[in-house]
Design a protein around this ligand. Structure first.
Ligand SMILES: *[C@@H]1O[C@H](CO)[C@@H](O)[C@H](O)[C@H]1NC(C)=O
Ligand SMILES: *[C@@H]1O[C@H](CO)[C@@H](O)[C@H](O)[C@H]1NC(C)=O
Ligand SMILES: *[C@@H]1O[C@H](CO)[C@@H](O)[C@H](O)[C@H]1NC(C)=O
Ligand SMILES: *[C@@H]1O[C@H](CO)[C@@H](O)[C@H](O)[C@H]1NC(C)=O
Length: 392
């Protein structure tokens, strides 16, 4: 009887309670008033301070549940290691420190070559008349280069051997960056090979790089054997497979990003220890994965995801197409400079194609400023064509 009455009260149906008529008249109103007060207080409190359950949902309003779930830490959140915490504060501070603007900003052209550069005469032509807006660095890993251009004389840095696919390639890139960073006027850092040629005149390339708001680092997710297939769990916990990326090594970095590469020890040593051909049963190529993965972790929005150096993989062989004398025509060079969409193809049997427009500060522009691989014999053709093809 009592439970039934309480239930009725809870429904707010007080006037027509059947059993109440036979109760002593004085007791009933106090009982009811106290209960009504209690219930009202509860409802007011519930309205003003909505209680939440363990998922952060409002208990009295299930419709707001979904919208509030995303401020919770993700279920997979893990504790960072000491080294990761240290790395994150350093990288964040470098990114948040406004760059010191030089009055005389320069582009550093960093050549990674085994020995002499077959296109020095072409570069000489490219640099002529632009003194003070560039600096040249040469890392020769095998033999001391013989220079023919005044812009290259005395620009060799102390170099070391480079083994393809091994971390020594990345070390050489870092050595070039360290040398080029010594000049505070260097604002943008381009890595070039001995088979690279410029596709535009100096001013176009200078402005393209200097006023871009990103670095040009090639970076994409390849689920296939030449991408994620090279990942090893030995790289955990710092490098997770979801952040593992691939890309051509020919980068162009803003000064802040170059400093970040110098400041990185954590990811560099992870790749040095666990990414090399034949290690852990994988064929990991350090120079194709270290920088793309590093930037994916520390500043994914700060890179363009394509390289400004073109290479033709369309023949789908182990090596990209090499241009010979008969290939090098005005039409070929104009074809390369007309490309304004960057394409990446996965290395699995699906051969999935990823296509992104090349957005320069939000505007679609030609993707490429340089191209490789040109054989040394093409120099005469290139010299002849240069002033014609290099005008945008
Ligand atoms: C590059 O790709 C990353 C995702 O991997 C993305 O967050 C970033 O916005 C991309 N960069 C540009 C300039 O679109
Ligand atoms: C230039 O591009 C066009 C159209 O894609 C193609 O038909 C032609 O063969 C290309 N020429 C050279 C020299 O690459
Ligand atoms: C670069 O500029 C474009 C267009 O203004 C903008 O959408 C993009 O977020 C910028 N990127 C960075 C890293 O500042
Ligand atoms: C430059 O290229 C255009 C278009 O192919 C051609 O008509 C012109 O003769 C070339 N000029 C020189 C100096 O090679």
């Amino acid at each position: 009887m009592k439970t039934e009455k309480l239930w009725h009260l809870g429904m707010g149906d007080m006037q027509i309670l059947p059993g109440s008529r036979h109760r002593p008249p004085m007791k009933k109103p106090i009982w009811i008033i106290v209960l009504v007060l209690f219930v009202s207080m509860f409802l007011i409190c519930a309205y003003v301070y909505p209680p939440k359950d363990s998922l952060g949902c409002y208990v009295f309003s299930s419709s707001r549940c979904n919208g509030n779930a995303d401020w919770l830490p993700p279920v997979t959140a893990r504790l960072y290691t000491d080294d990761e915490i240290a790395s994150r504060v350093v990288m964040r501070d470098i990114l948040n420190t406004p760059p010191v603007l030089s009055k005389n900003p320069k582009v550093a052209f960093m050549f990674l070559t085994p020995g002499s550069l077959p296109f020095e005469n072409l570069w000489d032509k490219f640099f002529q008349g632009h003194e003070g807006k560039f600096s040249v660095y040469v890392h020769a890993s095998k033999t001391k280069p013989v220079h023919v251009s005044r812009y290259f004389v005395n620009r060799d840095i102390r170099s070391d051997q480079v083994v393809w696919g091994k971390i020594s390639m990345v070390s050489a890139e870092r050595r070039l960056l360290a040398n080029a960073l010594q000049d505070p006027d260097n604002d943008h850092f381009v890595l070039l090979s001995d088979s690279c040629v410029p596709l535009y005149n100096f001013d176009y390339i200078f402005n393209y790089l200097m006023y871009a708001n990103v670095s040009f680092v090639d970076c994409f997710k390849d689920p296939g054997p030449h991408g994620n297939g090279r990942y090893s769990e030995h790289m955990l916990p710092e490098v997770q497979i979801k952040n593992f990326r691939k890309g051509a090594q020919w980068f162009s970095l803003k000064r802040q990003h170059a400093i970040m590469v110098m400041a990185d020890n954590l990811y560099y040593s992870t790749f040095r220890s666990h990414c090399q051909p034949g290690l852990h049963g994988k064929n990991c190529i350090a120079d194709e994965h270290y920088l793309p993965t590093f930037f994916q972790i520390v500043d994914p929005g700060g890179i363009a995801n394509w390289s400004v150096t073109h290479v033709d993989w369309s023949e789908r062989k182990w090596h990209p197409k090499s241009y010979r004398t008969e290939d090098v025509t005005y039409e070929l060079l104009k074809n390369i400079t007309s490309i304004d969409v960057s394409v990446h193809v996965s290395s699995d049997e699906k051969k999935e194609m990823q296509r992104w427009p090349c957005l320069w500060n939000g505007v679609q522009k030609p993707c490429y400023l340089f191209a490789r691989k040109f054989t040394p014999e093409t120099i005469d053709n290139l010299l002849q064509l240069f002033s014609n093809y290099s005008t945008p």
